[in-house]
Design a protein around this ligand. Structure first.
Ligand code: UGA
Length: 470
């Protein structure tokens, strides 16, 4: 099938490359000529596993790049709209890019087309797209607008697209639903997974994935509600972690206890320094605005956002409590990206925390396996950038773990201890077992678990009751 994907941002680029990999002919359209030129030369603008392979495999063959939207529409049956929907000052989604793309699409409609909303948009957007296109004197039966929300995560975007838990298609008639069924047939019919060249999926992949057909409005709500629910899960466990800290319980044990209830599930129950990224913070504000416009005050979302912000303040208090005064202290920081596996620092809690610490007079030496170039633009010379975790720790009064990169969970503890001026680690991602850290000579603080040090080891040894920590 011939498909145009409009917007070569995170979702557009990954969706385009994956649609090509499952057998379609894809034209990726963007109005940024520099970006197109870079893509045409084989440069990959984001750090994403398997994406370079896919672009290499299909560039110039099943995947081409263009800045001519009307032309791309004329030669395609399906047009995915994957342009940005940044937040306005009030937190609503700014749909001006979507509107301008919809206007340009109407100029290229030369037969039946299905326009697919792939960007995260508020409910009613598909109705608006339809109205805009009709205003340009396009025949009502020459196109349909379908909502097909994307659930991919940064860092595992390609496998999330190719091995989704489900595919949601919000189509208000059978004609357009049938076209989207055909688009995803290589996945839902499992043909793709039998191919030798298929990108390998996770062990627990739901293969083949189910396709859920809903109304367009339901699909639009599914996307906002999914992200809001996941953010709520994170804020919930962060709130529980705070109570654990007050009473001396261990949030990891609590998570094990609640996550094994199949109705709750263990995923997205990792406490930390709060969620960040280009999606959750923006989408929660947008969903709250949508609710408000529907005369519903979604106060639960206010609280999810408040707990998330508070989580960073709690971490700062932990740093202060561990070091007493902050002015002039040298801190190593592991992680700048908003989560592991990506170079994205948008709304990164690590970046926000480092900025607060710099303001309080700390000297920071930060290391991130991928996000350094982006972070250099953000911080300029206000912090130092280390080339590895041990260099970040060198001579520091304490080491902070801010992003859950896999490599930060396997550090050589003896070497780390030698590099640090004081063996203090404040782990915002719970990557280590507190007892192991104490046994290795560290004073170790984490989230929702008792602090551990040589003293706590002695106390535990003297205690008549032995409890094995999870
Ligand atoms: C999120 C959703 O997970 C995707 O399903 C969705 O498609 C995407 O937003 C989007 O709307 O485009 P993403 O922002 O890439 O994906 O990242 P997540 O893996 O969801 O992590 C978000 C934040 O929550 C990160 O800062 C992460 O560190 C934090 N997090 C995640 C926790 O603090 N604890 C957890 O248990 C899980």
């Amino acid at each position: 099938m011939r498909i145009a994907v409009v917007g070569s941002g995170y979702v557009g680029l990954v969706a385009g490359a994956c649609l090509a990999d499952i057998g379609h002919h894809v034209i990726l359209v963007d109005n940024d000529e520099q970006k197109l030129a870079a893509l045409g030369k084989g440069e990959v603008p984001i750090h994403e596993k398997f994406l370079p392979e896919l672009l290499e495999r299909h560039r110039g063959a099943r995947m081409t790049f263009s800045d001519n939207l009307a032309e791309a529409v004329r030669s395609s049956t399906v047009i995915f709209i994957a342009v940005g929907t940044p937040p306005t000052e009030e937190g609503e989604a700014d749909l001006s890019y979507v509107e301008s793309v919809a206007r340009s699409i109407s100029g290229g409609i030369n037969g039946y087309k299905v326009l697919v909303e792939k960007s995260t948009v508020p409910v009613y957007t598909s109705d608006w797209i339809r109205k805009i296109i009709l205003r340009n004197a396009t025949a009502p039966d020459s196109f349909d607008v379908v909502s097909n929300p994307e659930f991919l995560r940064e860092g595992s975007a390609v496998t999330d697209f190719l091995y989704p838990d489900r595919i949601v298609v919000g189509a208000d008639n059978e004609r357009s639903a049938a076209v989207l069924r055909e688009v995803y047939e290589p996945l839902t019919g499992a043909k793709y997974y039998r191919e030798k060249t298929a990108i390998p999926g996770p062990d627990n992949a739901a293969v083949p994935p189910p396709i859920i057909i809903t109304s367009a409005k339901s699909a639009e709500l599914i996307k906002h509600a999914s992200n809001a629910f996941l953010a709520m899960k994170i804020s919930f466990i962060n709130a529980v972690a705070s109570i654990c800290e007050s009473v001396g319980a261990n949030v990891q044990q609590v998570c094990q206890g609640i996550g094994t209830d199949s109705r709750i599930g263990p995923r997205f129950l990792n406490p930390g320094i709060g969620y960040g990224g280009s999606c959750f913070p923006k989408d929660l504000l947008a969903f709250r605005s949508v609710a408000r416009q529907c005369n519903y005050e979604f106060r639960l979302l206010d609280e999810v956002i408040r707990i998330n912000e508070d989580q960073r303040q709690r971490f700062l208090r932990k740093v202060r409590n561990a070091l007493w005064t902050l002015r002039g202290k040298r801190l190593g920081a592991l992680g700048l990206a908003f989560k592991g596996g990506t170079d994205d620092i948008r709304e990164s809690p690590a970046v926000l925390l480092i900025k607060s610490l710099v303001q309080e007079g700390c000297k920071i030496s930060a290391y991130d396996p991928a996000a350094r170039p982006r972070a250099e633009e953000e911080f300029k010379s206000s912090i130092e950038f280390a080339t590895g975790p041990y260099e970040a720790a060198r001579g520091a009064d304490a080491l902070l773990i801010l992003t859950e990169w896999e490599e930060f969970a396997h550090l050589d503890l003896a070497r780390l201890r030698k590099e640090l001026k004081d063996p203090i680690i404040i782990d915002g991602r719970n990557l280590y077992d507190p007892q192991t850290m104490a046994e290795n000579g560290f004073t170790y603080y984490s989230v929702g678990r008792p602090a551990a040090s040589a003293e706590t080891l002695q106390d535990a040894a003297a205690s008549p009751i032995k409890i094995r920590q999870a």
